[in-house]
Design a protein around this ligand. Sequence first.
Ligand code: ZN
Length: 292
Amino acid sequence: MALVSSTPLLRAARANGYCIGAFNVHTLEMLQAVVEAAEELQSPLIIQSTVGTVKHLGADYIAAAATVASNRSSVPIALHLDHCSDFDLIVQCIRAGYSSVMIDASHHSFAENVRQTAKVVEVARAAGVNVEAELGKVGGVEDEIVVAENEALMADPGECAEFVRLTGVATLAPAIGTAHGIYKGEPKIDFDRIRAIAAKVDVPLVLHGGSGIPEEQVKRCVSLGMAKMNVATELRIVFSDAIKEVFAANPEENDPRKYMVPAKKQLKLAAMEKMRMCGSTGRADDYRTWLK
Ligand SMILES: [Zn+2]
């Protein structure tokens, strides 16, 4: 089937009390690995690319590969642009075939964040594309965006409600204590804040910084209203470690298939683990109820 907007996938997830893993991919093999994982577990899937990966591969290449994967697949797949602050690039990705985009204007004032997000919602709505926006600041390093820990700001529940009302955004990523990258020690998730935001906001909520969050904390976040969990760093590490292992055993290896195949296999297993953690397995058909 064709790529689908992540809106019905995420509405179904929030309504049914699970979340959907959104996996950042950087190569064709990484994309194929997460698709195989979703297919095997009959899980809905969100494939993501960062702005850096769009610049590296090209939005058209990524969209073409994701479209082929989706056409071959029996599970619903959305293609999402992660953390983008560039309006023109968002439009370029929508034109290329992305079915979901994130406008990240969280580093601006509330009013400016509202203005930029509403502008993207207007363009995306016409194309049937989901929009995610961020409120507060998620700490850590995401691609080219660096937010120091002491600069990370939590989202205010009242502002979240106001933000969704003013922008019409379909999914919201409120900063609630998670960070991008790998945690030093345990993440300090503010569960009460998630509960307070979910009570005021009925759109699906997005958990950023999903690498290395312990399973029981993921489940608690999901039970409180998180419907999408972004995972990037952990998957990159699994993929790269598998390649390193091949070269450690055979430094002379020069057939890309010999190191890509095991890397793909390990990434698939890691993605399946996250899907089980998210509770999205066997949920491939739920979104149909939420199609307009
Ligand atoms: Zn993020």
